[in-house]
Design a binder for this molecule. Structure first.
Ligand SMILES: Nc1ncnc2c1ncn2[C@@H]1O[C@H](COP(=O)(O)OP(=O)(O)OP(=O)(O)O)[C@@H](O)[C@H]1O
Ligand SMILES: [Mg+2]
Length: 522
């Protein structure tokens, strides 16, 4: 080849024209590669340029995949689906070029046994003699793919310049591949980071430990979302055990202060004499035993949320102090003169009838108005029966897991008992009830008799009270047999085994109770 090049004397016009054409093509190629963010279509455009200006009757760009396979990424002049064409490293001419990182020229394809003919040429070229040039695409001194073209066979053709030229095109492609890989990597990193952040946000923002989809609960979620982003003081009201504290948490973790502390003060539990120093802290020597300065809850909650639980139980003197903080957003430590700024969002909760307390003179009206900026009323459980089953399921799962029990469900009569009870202790009472039932239950199903006596009223059970022991036992027996048949899918023999009795006895009882075993089949 090189001898052919040296001996062949080109006329000045003749040698210049291909050089200019090649330079012009390189410009076009670099424009094609930088003109789009779609690497595949950019590479395809490059192959078209080679076809248009350099007589390439077929062109292929293959790139190494992460699995080590060479796959055709772009092609021109191929029939069939080029995507399906792959080579192993070292396999065929292309595989060898990538493995060795050196170009290969096959002047006459028909005489080259290593030629694999994997990517089919267009039918009109099938019987034509072709020459094949394949150059590596090198990135960071490693071949990451190959650029190959077919030219019509011409006995007078020399390949040196074509190989050099294609090498430059391949290096332009390599640059484009590099940039795309960097962009891809960046994108992947950003997507990962975004997914991670979203996950974190979801965990903070979702109210996943607040169960309930009833209208009143949905309203609560809406209200939480509504005020979460503000600094408004929120007052959460509702009977004992309705979930006020959970809501205060949800408010904090949905707010911009979520990464700052959530500090709770149980006002009812603090002795009057301590509440001031607890809230505002004290200076060294403020009283006997005050050996060092101590931060109060207001200071500990700096930047976050201070949750004043049971605010209805605060004494009048402390109410005055609280009022001042609420009005001026500042306070002094006990025994101190320095004024401390309070950057906290206040959430207060109470199950007291504050209006009545005002009337009785035990709650300051001005404090009431300061707190009553945005009030949420959490309805008692008996007014949102729609949530009852959801809560039951939730607690059942929680306590079964906690106590390592394999409880699957609650019998229908037990559910009826839960549903007809009035739940004066609200969700807390329900939670305790389910925990007790889980502990009492020795099988897989919670029955009515696992529930506390307070639920075993005539009203609640509908069947058990004011009946004789015999009838109550009989009702329980029927209940148990039905449940077992359900588990055994109507198979009496299996149900008998589960109940540790004989099939004959079971069949007798099924008939006696008028149970339709066939109902449980399937
Ligand atoms: N919607 C709910 N979803 C899940 N658990 C709840 C829900 N509401 C309440 N609970 C649970 O019930 C119990 C009582 O809730 P919480 O302590 O928030 O009630 P409270 O309104 O603050 O009661 P109190 O006025 O007696 O302080 C907690 O264990 C809480 O996890
Ligand atoms: Mg509470």
């Amino acid at each position: 080849m090189s001898t052919a090049l040296k001996t062949r004397k080109a006329a000045p016009g003749e040698s210049q024209a291909p050089e200019i054409r090649r330079l012009a093509s390189l410009l076009e190629v670099s424009q094609a590669l930088s003109g789009t963010l779609n690497l595949k279509s950019a590479m395809h455009n490059v192959l078209e340029i080679l076809a248009r200006h350099h007589g390439a009757v077929r062109g292929i760009v293959s790139l190494l995949q992460p699995d080590g396979e060479l796959r055709v990424e772009a092609s021109d002049g191929i029939s069939g689906s080029p995507r399906a064409v792959t080579y192993q490293l070292g396999e065929g001419i292309t595989g060898r070029v990538v493995q060795s990182g050196k170009p290969i020229v096959v002047p006459r394809v028909s005489r080259e046994p290593a030629f694999l003919h994997r990517a089919a040429r267009r039918p009109e070229l099938a019987h034509q003699e072709l020459s094949f040039i394949c150059v590596p695409i090198v990135l960071n001194r490693r071949a990451v793919g190959a650029l190959a073209i077919d030219l019509k066979f011409d006995p007078a053709r020399t390949f040196n310049r074509s190989v050099t030229f294609l090498g430059v095109v391949a290096s332009l492609i390599a640059q484009a591949v590099k940039i795309h890989r960097l962009i891809d990597e960046d994108k992947r990193r950003l997507v990962d980071e975004n997914t991670h952040l979203r996950q974190e946000l979801r965990e903070r923002y979702d109210f996943s430990n607040l169960i309930g989809s009833s209208g009143p609960m949905r309203q609560i979620y809406e209200q939480v979302t509504q005020v979460a982003g503000t600094n408004t003081t929120v007052l959460v009201r509702g009977e004992s055990g309705t979930g006020k504290e959970l809501i205060a948490h949800a408010l904090h973790y949905s707010s911009l202060r979520a990464s700052k502390p959530f500090v709770k003060v149980s006002c009812a539990a603090l002795p009057e004499s301590l509440i001031e120093s607890e809230l505002f802290g004290y200076e060294k020597g403020a009283f006997t035993g005050a050996e060092a300065r101590k931060k109060g809850r207001f200071e500990l909650a700096e930047g976050g949320t201070l949750f004043l639980d049971e605010i209805g139980d605060v004494n009048l003197a402390t109410q005055v102090k609280l009022l001042r903080v609420l009005q001026q957003r500042e306070f002094e430590r006990v025994g101190g003169t320095e004024t401390v700024k309070a950057n906290v969002r206040l959430v207060a909760a109470t199950n007291k009838d504050l209006e009545r307390a005002i009337a009785a003179g035990s709650f300051r009206e001005d404090l009431y108005y300061r707190l009553n900026v945005f009030t949420m009323f959490v309805p008692p459980l008996r007014e949102r029966k729609a949530d009852l089953l959801l809560l039951v399921d939730h607690f059942l799962e929680k306590f079964a897991r906690e106590h390592h029990r394999s409880i699957r469900r609650i019998s229908t009569p037990a559910i009826d008992m839960l549903a007809s009870y009035h739940w004066p202790g609200n969700v807390r009472e329900l939670e305790n009830t389910i925990e007790r039932a889980v502990l009492m239950c020795d099988g897989e199903v919670i029955h009515g008799h696992h529930l506390p006596p307070s639920l075993q009223t005539a009203e609640a059970s509908g069947t058990i009270t004011r009946v004789s022991l015999k009838d109550a036992v009989s009702a329980y027996e029927k209940d148990l047999i039905q449940d077992t048949l359900k588990t055994a899918r109507g198979n009496c023999a299996k149900a008998a085994r589960l109940l540790d009795t004989t099939e004959r006895i079971l069949n007798y009882k099924v008939r006696k109770h008028g149970i339709d075993a066939a109902r449980f089949k399937g």
